[in-house]
Design a protein around this ligand. Sequence first.
Ligand code: FES
Length: 160
Amino acid sequence: MTPAENAAHFRQRVEEIKAVYPDSRSAIMGALHLAQREHGGWLPPEALEEVAEAMELTPAYVQSVASFYDMYQLEPVGRHTVEVCTNLSCALAGAQSVVDAFEQELGVRAGETTEDGAVTFRIVECAGGCGSAPVVVVDHRYREPVRAEDVQEIVEELRG
Ligand code: FES
């Protein structure tokens, strides 16, 4: 597809998402998900502009929504993402030791991507799995509960 065809296709898909909601602005979350998927897992400035245009909103508004939620990435990400929740339930269940183990095993700090581009490691706010804390989200799938001693196996699995 040419860039113009891609843009038209994107606008059409956003129109379909908008049609689901009584207030079309509510489609912004779906439009951001779509744009993120089409831009390799993150939202570069041009993706935010595409969403703004398709949603008939300002780029500043779209940026404010994208920067508020943890599930939207405003920086490039690795081929895999590992996210550890460190909110209260997970913190009480030992999330920090899980964070420490991932940092050790991956050789990066939270918020960074491994040098080989394999894994982006992040700390996130409550992932909604508080009853099985601590929660780790690997490539958008929950692992719960995860202990520090499980981390090596998860990283080996990701590095294949
Ligand atoms: S506090 Fe970690 S999932 Fe809710």
